[in-house]
Design a protein around this ligand. Structure first.
Ligand SMILES: Cc1cc2nc3c(=O)[nH]c(=O)nc-3n(C[C@H](O)[C@H](O)[C@H](O)COP(=O)(O)OP(=O)(O)OC[C@H]3O[C@@H](n4cnc5c(N)ncnc54)[C@H](O)[C@@H]3O)c2cc1C
Ligand code: FES
Length: 1240
């Protein structure tokens, strides 16, 4: 009996399948209390944790890799981590920490270039402990014994609603299948599990085949056929075939190579470790990749039942409908036969997804051609497409007609027409993207054609062609290179002063060991209940009735709560509007809170919530888009305007004028920790404690108090840390908390609510979509004379923070450019969608995107590189914004020059031009964009921070402040500051949590201003404390801190001090278009290079260089973390993250399968980040670099323009954000898109 270690997705693994298995979790790997595992140590030490919510997953994937492969390659690391998402770090530091496990020779680039600092690294890899195998758990011997005993026994678990049966063996399985013909067979549970969880499908009986040895084998048969048994995992198959192809002759392994290519791109390692080949085939899901390849390979299946066996060919006829095959209910699949290919047989497989990896394919296909020996004449052709219909599609007729034809351009033209005419993809096809899918169908055939042509060329010597391959696999072999420049001030500072040093995140080791506590880690309190919301399913409707009879009769259900149960106010004022907590009469979007079920368990509450029946009367109007809102004139007020110069006169004096528009889609926060709260009623006077994931505890306190009808002082919000926030945990969480607090108040019991990912995405929404319309006047040399821009934001159905967001967009309208005549208008559209809210950058990334688009358009019109137009129009030295705030642009210009130089921009631009001339189907682009980003709140009263320092008699210090730790490292920086002022080691200072009881009336941790405001307050509090201690210190200068503290206590000196920071009185006079909107501006420049595959629209991020002015950094590695993390979040915003709604306003993209945030293979192959030297700017850095993701967008646009140029199309074309593969492909117009459009 052998033991295998593999990583899995805990949420997909049925607990019953674990019988006999040993489970290792992050807690079992190592601990700060005993001994950390090197994996845990290195990810933290390399600054690879921010909020830390993803860290245990990262650790476990890496740990498993090391258990199986002690000296992994970079490719192994990438494969192991691909299924682990991180929303904070941008992955680079995680990989840096883990690559220290690689043999040095396996790492292509492993050098950090750090200037001006004595220690020459962000972490000291030399200090790392080596992996000690004796630290690893051994597989429990008793489980081995149990496994041996149980291997031939049927096992049954009977649950409340489901019976789980593990058959003793294959024979037993056939017996059970005849008894329970409709019971699914569970192998990996990666299809059945999500169906049960998300679609509510209930299977009363489940037959677990994962342990049946006869179904888990792989055999190489004598007759040259591979036999894969149905329950073999995709990982096992991949590993076995990888070994096999190493020794097989090339012609025999053609098909296996194609299969391997596909296998490597199916899901992630964690899924492949459990997903079976049988499950993949029998799920009959056209998005799954294996069927098209196996069908093209000419595979057949062996099917068994109690009555015997039969063979079925795996072709399109095998799949009868989605989820249905030719198998009878009592039958099971035993195995799949894979034939070898022979000489003159060629095979390829393709797939294209929304992003490069870890995404379901939009179209997948397998293609095999056989030639008459020694010729280029087609003997047989097999083409299968997945995603081109409800089930697997074959172009059988086309293939037949091509038999006997020569493999040449005539065949290509005819094949494209035949294939296209045979595939019926109606406009209403599931998943949409019909034009793109059709284009992909042709593109894949063209790639196949070219590839075979090349092979034939070598074999037949008939052809002379120039060929360009498409090596767009996901590779991070060339690891990002991090160049950090630290402040020179560090030289002169005492060693014990931690300010400015690259300290590890204060919770880093707790993150990586799983010891960091998030709200949902708090153990349940006796009698605790769970709350699940009942939300609206109509976009605009009157609520007629709510029927809770069935729900309330269900087991464990305690109560249903709605507006009438609110003890205080169900409504609260938000500027001119009233916001309703539970909707009573009229719903205005899908996902609004109508009520909530409270039950003993989460599952009971979830089931009961589905049985609350709300009847509606639909109302008009209903619309969701900005364009529709404009047609309906549906806007929130106020409408804002900023203006400088005389725009109309400016147009008159310009050489040229252009008008255009750009649309930018929204973005989901996708913090790893979903929103939620635990409300604990204290039993007296409405006192309630809330343990809550919020960036704005004081606002939650206020909203809860309003709903309960109690004063603020009865409500205490506790925030230990957030698993990411990004602006999404400011507003919506307050209403969620109020509902949960009401449940606690009504029941007198603690109540917990943790939103599922889908619920969270549906209810809490994200970044505002924007439409920018512009008219711009410019001279022929690219100087912009005049611009008139109107921003329309889609605000959703309530105001939320939309006003401040559109204002931020307007205030960033000029970005870094001195446009003498500039007018901007901001209009918030009211639609029937969930209300959009704050998101990192807060309108900046949208507003800036529009003006950068303008620059690109102007450049295209003038025939100049966009960077030249940027330079021509750039602010220099002392300048004024379009709202007359003065600033010094010299650091901005320094960043620009430094970045272009470090990126070798001009040289690379030339190289790219050359590359584009040489390659027809791959194109590259490069773009450099600067940023000027306002830091602080435009509402002056928000610019404040507060802190409390309590010193205890033993000398330990408890620090509280008004910020919230959400990964950005505010606690680490505050401890660094306190340590400097109090002159005590950082280890003596502790931060427990953010609490409304310690620091009242705090502003949200937002606007990149948290560290500024809170840092000054902490400094103030510590200085106050030191002032009190000063007389004692002077009296006993040689004594210790502990002595001074004790002495102060004895002298009745208060050891509790507060600190406060009153920030600048920022404000904007919108009538006069002037004001000091921001405390100061942060500057930076980013330059990115990409490569696109013109045939599929896939892109690869080749290199990114960032130079950022963060002033005198408090902690450069934390700041670098913010820079890189922000950039990668922006990468997602502008390229992969696309939100889709159904025609009735339901968000369709409600989880990681449909909504693609960047994965580890989306980050640039090389990434250079530097901090500007010798600068005294302050240091707000959380938000600005999200915008830098647009450099990738504009580089893509440039690459598309190069492709269009090849077919004589102009480079002035619209590309909306995000630049998904679909948009890229369709913009790269060519003969294939044209062919599709003619048919379309
Ligand atoms: C996050 C995620 C990402 C994914 N990405 C991809 C991707 O990129 N490409 C891709 O191709 N797939 C992808 N998948 C799908 C995955 O590959 C399939 O779900 C998996 O192969 C199914 O295998 P399973 O063993 O888990 O099936 P299970 O869920 O255990 O079973 C699936 C179905 O197959 C039937 N079945 C299983 N074995 C037999 C048998 N021997 N005889 C008869 N019926 C049988 C069951 O009755 C059931 O109806 C992804 C899945 C997830 C969860
Ligand atoms: S650190 Fe990875 S999600 Fe926050």
């Amino acid at each position: 009996m052998s033991i295998s270690h593999f990583s899995v997705n805990a949420c997909l693994l049925p607990i019953c399948s674990l019988n006999g298995a040993a489970v290792t979790t992050v807690e079992g790997v190592g601990s700060t209390k005993t001994k950390m595992h090197p994996v845990q140590e290195r990810i933290a030490a390399a600054h690879g944790t921010q909020c830390g919510f993803c860290s245990p997953g990262m650790v476990m994937s890496m740990y498993t890799l090391l258990r199986n492969t002690p000296e992994p390659s970079m490719e192994d690391i990438q494969e192991a981590l691909l299924g682990n998402l991180c929303r904070c770090t941008g992955y680079r530091p995680i990989v840096d920490g883990f690559k220290t496990f690689c043999q040095v020779s396996a790492i292509h680039i492993f050098s950090f270039s750090i200037t001006n600092i004595e220690s020459d690294d962000t972490f000291q890899a030399d200090d790392f402990r080596l992996v000690d195998p004796t630290q690893d758990f051994i597989f429990p011997p008793e489980l081995m014994i149990v496994a041996q005993k149980q291997s031939h026994q049927r096992m049954v678990f009977q649950g409340e609603r489901i019976k789980w049966i593990t058959p003793a063996d294959l024979e037993d399985l056939l017996e059970l299948k005849s008894q329970y013909p409709h019971a699914p067979l569970l192998a990996g549970n990666t299809t059945v599990g999500p169906d049960m969880k998300f679609k509510g499908i209930l299977h009363p009986v489940l037959l677990n085949i994962g342990r049946i040895q006869e179904l888990r084998e792989i055999k190489e048969c004598d007759d040259g056929i591979w036999l894969l048994f149905a329950a073999c995992t995709l990982t096992t198959i991949k590993e076995k075939l990888e070994e096999a192809v190493k020794v097989l002759p090339e012609e025999k392994s053609e098909g296996l190579h194609a299969l391997l290519e596909t296998l490597g791109k199916v899901a992630s390692k964690q899924i492949r470790n459990v997903a079976s080949v049988g499950g993949n085939i029998l799920s009959s899901n056209p998005k799954f990749d294996l069927c098209s390849v196996l069908a093209a390979l000419g595979c057949s299946l062996t099917i068994l039942s109690k009555d015997g066996s039969r063979k079925l060919n795996l072709t399109e006829g095998f799949f009868t409908a989605v989820g249905k095959t030719a198998l009878k209910p009592e039958e099971v699949m035993l195995s799949v036969y894979i034939p070898y290919t022979k000489k003159w047989e060629f095979m390829l497989a393709f797939r294209q997804a929304q992003c490069r990896q870890f995404a379901f394919s939009i179209i997948n296909c397998g293609m095999k051609v056989i030639f008459f020996e020694g010729t280029n004449v087609v003997k047989d052709l097999k083409i299968f497409y997945g995603g081109a219909g409800a089930t697997l599609v074959s172009t059988r007729n086309a293939s037949q007609q091509l038999v006997g034809r020569k493999w040449n351009d005539n065949l290509l033209t005819d094949a494209c027409k035949l294939v296209l005419s045979e595939i019926h993809l109606p406009d209403t096809a599931h998943g949409g993207m019909v034009e793109y899918k059709k284009t992909l169908i042709l593109s894949f055939f063209f790639k196949f054609y070219l590839h075979i042509l090349q092979k034939l060329k070598a074999m037949v010597t008939l052809y002379k062609i120039r060929f360009s391959v498409f090596p767009l696999g996901c590779q991070i072999g060339h690891r990002p290179l991090l160049i950090i420049s630290y402040s020179e001030a560090l030289f002169s500072q005492p060693l014990e002063d931690p300010v400015g040093r690259p300290n590890v995140h204060q919770s880093g080791f707790k993150h990586s060991t799983g010891e960091a506590i998030y709200y949902d880690d708090i153990p349940s309190i006796d009698g605790e209940l769970f709350l699940v919301f009942v939300t609206s399913t109509r976009p605009h409707a009157k609520i007629i009735s709510i029927d809770t009879t069935e729900a309330l009769s269900m087991p464990g259900v305690v109560a249903f709560l709605s507006a009438k149960d609110v003890p205080g106010n169900n409504k609260r004022r938000w500027f001119h509007d009233m916001v309703e907590l539970f909707i009573e009469e009229e719903v205005m979007c899908v996902g609004q809170m109508i009520g909530a079920i409270v039950a003993e368990t989460r599952e009971q509450a979830r089931r009961a919530a589905q049985k609350v029946y709300v009847s509606y009367q639909d109302l008009e109007p209903v619309f969701f888009t900005i364009e529709e809102a404009i047609n309906h004139q549906s806007f929130f007020s106020p409408q804002r305007k900023l203006e400088r110069g005389d725009v109309d006169v400016g147009f008159e004096t310009s050489d040229q004028i252009l008008e255009g528009e750009i649309y930018m889609g929204g973005q989901e926060h996708f913090y790893m920790e979903t929103q939620g709260v635990i409300a604990v009623p204290k039993g007296e006077n409405g006192e309630t404690d809330l343990f809550i994931a919020t960036q704005h505890a004081a606002f939650a306190q206020e909203v809860v108090a309003n709903a309960l009808g109690v004063s603020f002082n009865k409500i205490t919000c506790h925030v230990k840390r957030l698993g990411g926030g990004f602006g999404g945990k400011i507003m919506k969480i307050a209403d969620i908390s109020a509902a949960v607090a009401i449940a606690a108040y009504r029941t007198g019991r603690s109540v917990r609510c943790v939103l599922e990912r889908g619920e969270d995405m549906l209810m809490t929404s994200g970044r505002h979509p924007f439409l920018g319309k512009y008219k711009v006047g410019f001279m022929n040399d690219g100087t912009i004379i005049s611009a008139d821009v109107t921003y329309y934001s889609n605000a959703g159905n309530t105001l939320d923070e939309s006003q401040f967001i559109i204002e931020k967009a307007l205030l960033h309208l000029d970005n870094c450019y001195k446009i003498p005549n500039l007018r901007g208008r901001g209009i918030m559209c009211k639609t029937y969608l969930p209300s959009y809210t704050a998101f990192r950058g807060f309108g900046g990334p949208q507003g800036l995107m529009v003006i950068e688009s303008v620059i690109n358009e102007v450049a295209a019109k003038c025939g100049l590189p966009a960077e030249e137009v940027r330079e021509i129009n750039m602010y220099r030295n002392e300048s004024h914004t379009h709202f007359r705030q003065s600033f010094d642009a010299s650091n901005m210009v320094r960043c620009w020059n430094e970045c272009l130089e470090k990126a070798s921009y001009y040289q690379r631009r030339q190289n790219i031009e050359e590359f584009n001339k040489q390659n027809r189907w791959k194109k590259r682009g490069i773009s450099a964009v600067p940023i000027k980003f306002g830091i602080g709140f435009t509402k002056g009263f928000c610019n404040q921070g507060a802190a409390l320092v309590n010193v205890y008699k033993d000398g330990s210090v408890l620090l509280s402040h008004s910020g919230t730790e959400m990964g950005q490292g505010i606690n680490t920086k505050m401890i660094q500051i306190a340590s400097r002022i109090l002159k005590i080691p950082q280890s003596s200072i502790y931060i427990v949590e953010t609490s409304t009881a310690s620091v009242p009336n705090a502003i949200p941790s937002a606007a990149s201003f948290g560290t500024d405001a809170v840092g000054m307050a902490v400094k103030d509090a510590c200085e106050n404390m030191m002032n009190r201690l000063q007389p004692i210190i002077e009296q006993h200068p040689k004594m210790s801190w502990e002595y001074w503290v004790k002495e102060a206590y004895l002298q009745r000196i208060s050891l509790s001090s507060t600190g406060f920071f009153k920030g600048p009185n920022t404000d904007v006079d919108w009538e006069r278009s002037e004001g000091n909107a921001y405390f100061y501006f942060t500057f930076g420049v980013c330059c990115s290079e990409v490569e696109i595959d013109c045939l599929t629209g896939e892109h690869k991020n080749i290199r990114t260089d960032i130079v950022m002015d963060v002033g005198q950094s408090l902690n450069p590695t934390l700041d670098i973390g913010q820079i890189e993390g922000g950039f990668v979040q922006g990468l997602g915003l502008y390229t992969t993250e696309e939100l889709k709604f159904s025609p009735s306003g339901v968000l369709i993209t409600r989880g990681p399968s449909q909504y693609k945030i960047p994965t580890i293979c989306d980050i640039p192959e090389q990434m250079n980040t530097s901090l500007l030297q010798n600068t005294s700017n302050p240091h707000g850095i959380g938000e600005p670099t999200v915008f830098f993701g647009c450099t990738v967008f504009f580089a893509i646009k440039q690459a598309i323009a190069a492709a269009r140029k090849d077919v004589g199309l102009h480079d002035n074309f619209t590309l909306n954000s995000p630049a998904t593969p679909e948009k890229i492909r369709l913009a790269c117009a060519d003969q294939f898109t044209q062919m599709v459009r003619c048919v379309y």
